[in-house]
Design a binder for this molecule. Structure first.
Ligand code: GLY
Ligand code: MN
Ligand code: MN
Length: 443
């Protein structure tokens, strides 16, 4: 067996059993007889005949590892083999989706159609008892997505708990990402521009931009202070100080989301700061355990990072006061992380129960994307950062709190932009599984 591609036959069969059981429960609770999932249809650019890259309905790719099947449908009726209505148009303009193949095929009753409208004949005649999940533009005649909130709430909640099959796919996504990160780091040290580093990343991941789970963040020097920096400068900077890369990879519809920060040769003080954040981040990852409140972990991270600011001479006040006064948010202005899986920012991060509801963020932390208590099977990112962001530093300078900042030292670090270290971590019944560190540890 190829070490990059685990044997998925058995894992997939178990995964499908789990999805059928979840669908049975969702339909029964909400009073439906069938679950219909539309893969989706392309979206077109305004006043144009060009479509945006196709992004499949995540509910569809939860059931099978098919991400390029616009116009296809999945029909599940409790007690029956799931049915895939698969669109393979007679088309000489575009690549026609390949004939179904692989470990999942035997588990479906597959109906091939040649026109999107032909799907309707394979869907239940009476749609009144169907939960239909999808985007509005996927509608075929009267088969229009109704997205019942009770069904979505239940399925989204359950999606938080990854099956062994999903974890196997996420391990591969992490290994593809780690491999590409190594190539990017080598390109940085060889003097490449942001654009050239990006190309080295894509080549090593063997994925195009559209296949990645999100747009790469490839930031040299002060560009690292822009949290979602997605420009790609073609010219290398005259002097290189630092490199922040936030880039993932996809495998069978699952994402990895990985950030590393590197110091240029000779930037010893910045390297020390990276090492401090890295050690702190490793400590946060170790706390990804069943029963741990994620927002409490986020607040804990603020305290530890404020301690680093103090130890490294950026602030005068105690770590405690830096968190209480909000000062730490100038340097760590985003959340500690988020759920990840079929979507890089996966669903249900705020959900109170399998019937919906919202767990609010702690006051003063508007960007946190996960407020739940961790449980086995959840996968979250842990991505603390420290940044030197001109806009936020300028706002701080106008406040009395500015006296607590050692500005000369802060100013000397602006050229490095910032630091973020991000891993994808599985909460288990025991010690956490760090998908990212495990991936980097492999040859
Ligand atoms: N790459 C996006 C994020 O880290 O959330
Ligand atoms: Mn992330
Ligand atoms: Mn990221």
């Amino acid at each position: 067996m190829d070490t990059l591609h685990p044997d998925l036959n058995l894992l997939y069969a178990q995964h499908l059993d789990a999805l059928c059981a979840r669908a049975d429960a969702a339909l029964q609770r909400e009073g439906f007889d069938h679950l219909l999932i539309a893969a989706g249809q392309p979206h077109y650019q305004f006043l144009d005949d060009r479509d945006y890259p196709f992004c499949v309905n995540p509910h569809f790719k939860h059931w099978l590892p098919v991400t390029q099947a616009p116009g296809s449908w999945l029909l599940y009726t409790p007690g029956r083999k799931p049915c895939l209505v698969y669109l393979q148009p007679h088309d000489y303009w575009h690549v026609v989706p390949a004939a179904p193949a692989g470990y999942w095929v035997e588990h479906f009753d597959i109906q091939i159609i040649r026109e999107p409208a032909q799907a309707r004949a394979h869907l239940p005649r009476d749609l009144s008892r169907c939960a239909i999940l999808g985007e509005a533009n996927a509608a075929i005649d009267d088969a229009a997505p109704n997205n019942p909130s009770g069904v979505l709430d239940y399925l989204h909640w359950q999606r938080s708990y990854k099956t062994d099959y999903e974890l196997a796919l996420m391990r591969v996504a992490s290994r593809l990402g780690a491999r590409a990160h190594r190539a990017a780091e080598a390109a940085f040290h060889a003097g490449a521009s942001e654009f050239e580093i990006h190309m080295a990343y894509l080549a090593a991941a063997r994925q195009t931009d559209n296949q990645l789970p999100y747009g790469n963040i490839i930031a040299l020097n002060e560009h690292g202070a822009v949290l979602h920096y997605t420009d790609l400068a073609h010219a290398p900077p005259a002097q290189r100080h630092s490199f922040l890369i936030d880039a993932g990879a996809s495998f069978h519809g699952y994402a990895s989301d990985i950030t590393r920060t590197h110091a240029a040769a000779g930037a010893a003080e910045f390297k020390d700061l990276i090492d401090a954040v890295d050690a702190a981040q490793t400590g946060f990852c170790a706390k990804v355990r069943s029963g741990q409140s994620y927002p409490e972990l986020h607040l804990h991270a603020h305290h530890v990072l404020a301690g680093i600011l103090k130890d490294h001479g950026f602030i005068r006040m105690s770590a405690e006061s830096a968190v209480e006064s909000g000062l730490s948010s100038t340097f760590f202005p985003h959340g500690l992380g988020h759920p990840i899986g079929l979507q890089v920012h996966d669903v249900a991060g705020f959900q109170a129960s399998d019937s919906g509801g919202t767990i609010p963020r702690p006051p003063g932390h508007p960007y946190l994307r996960m407020t739940r208590v961790l449980e086995p099977g959840m996968v979250v990112t842990i991505e603390p950062g420290l940044y030197f962001i001109d806009l936020l530093l300028a706002r701080l300078k106008d406040k009395p709190l500015a006296r607590e900042v050692r500005w000369e030292h802060v100013d000397a670090f602006r050229r490095f932009g910032g630091i973020r270290i991000e891993d994808d971590v599985v909460c288990t019944r025991d010690t956490p599984e760090n998908l990212t560190r495990d991936a980097f540890a492999r040859p």
